[in-house]
Design a protein around this ligand. Structure first.
Ligand code: AMP
Ligand code: ZN
Length: 140
């Protein structure tokens, strides 16, 4: 499996860095974003390292989307947001900051006025951990 020793998400996959894990299968991992744009913001990644969409094989993308579907359903069940955005950045111009393909699952509330580049503000780790446990309990 492709891996990059300098990649933070590869380190999470390897267990070298902790995460608030939501779901895992043979090919994908879902965990909470520690700088949440909104409550329940989480990420789904392939376990294999691919820097961006264009460099990720389509079959891998398919497996990531299957996991996104499962985790988004759990987020919806847990938080009942008014909506969910899937966001995915490619390249500096798109403000990609981690160069290991990932899908953002971002809850939305009517009128939250969240903008595309939301900035990285550290969340409350205790609250994120507690929420991760609730979402995890709803992953089918
Ligand atoms: P992007 O800017 O689209 O590449 O998204 C990268 C995301 O990874 C950002 O939302 C960061 O908050 C998030 N992130 C970076 N490091 C970690 C980490 N160790 N655990 C969880 N999320 C992270
Ligand atoms: Zn990686």
């Amino acid at each position: 499996m492709a891996s990059d020793p300098n990649c933070i998400f590869c380190k999470i996959v390897a267990g070298a860095i902790p995460c608030f894990k939501l779901h895992e299968d043979a090919d994908t991992l879902a965990f909470m974003d520690i700088n949440p744009a909104n409550e329940g913001h989480c990420l789904v990644i392939p376990k294999s390292h691919h820097p961006n969409l264009l460099e990720t094989p389509p079959d891998v993308l398919g497996r990531v989307m299957a996991s996104v579907h499962k985790v988004a359903a759990a987020v919806q069940k847990t938080l009942s947001p008014d909506g969910i955005n899937l966001v995915q950045a490619n390249g500096k111009g798109a403000e990609q900051s981690v160069f290991h393909f990932h899908m953002h699952i971002i809850t939305r509330r009517v009128g939250d006025e969240l903008k595309m580049n939301w900035g990285h503000k550290p969340g409350d780790m205790k609250a994120i951990g507690a929420l991760a446990e609730r979402i995890r309990g709803n992953v089918g």
